[in-house]
Design a protein around this ligand. Structure first.
Ligand SMILES: [Zn+2]
Ligand SMILES: [Zn+2]
Length: 134
């Protein structure tokens, strides 16, 4: 497991503000945002219409700004689904190779990067953790 000691590098945000996709209502959150490649992920509900969505926030490693993604989709669970799909298909390939007497070893990535560009120009990636599929 990843330790939680990255919080010491967090950018404290007392009023992260976003506007609801559905109704345009203004919402504020109090969050601590760790620096990329760590990220903060949480489900949020619009204070005006109750529409729930999810946000991923990550601090720029080079400055005090941060980037965020808001989506109705649960990106980490999408990534998990994708990882399972990949592993399933690789397994089929490995099985076929085994029938032909070949050996394949595949390293499954432990992290899935999402690329971001900070307003300061820095480019970095947030690394979503892959599930342990062994
Ligand atoms: Zn709303
Ligand atoms: Zn930056």
């Amino acid at each position: 497991m990843r330790s939680k000691n990255t919080v010491k590098d967090a950018i404290a945000i007392t009023d992260f503000t976003y506007y609801c996709y559905r109704c345009g209502g203004k919402n504020s959150l109090d969050v601590e945002i760790p620096k990329a490649p760590d990220y903060h992920h949480q489900e949020i509900a619009c204070s005006s219409c109750g529409d729930s969505t999810r946000v991923i926030l990550a601090g720029c490693p080079d400055c005090e700004k941060y980037v965020y993604w808001i989506n109705d989709l649960n990106i980490p669970s999408l990534v998990n689904g994708f990882a399972k799909y990949m592993v399933h298909n690789m397994q089929a390939m490995i099985d076929r190779a085994a029938q032909q007497g070949a050996r394949i070893s595949i390293d499954t990535p432990e992290q899935y990067p999402i690329n971001a560009t900070c307003p300061c120009g820095a480019r970095f990636a947030v690394e979503l953790e892959m599930p342990d599929l062994d």
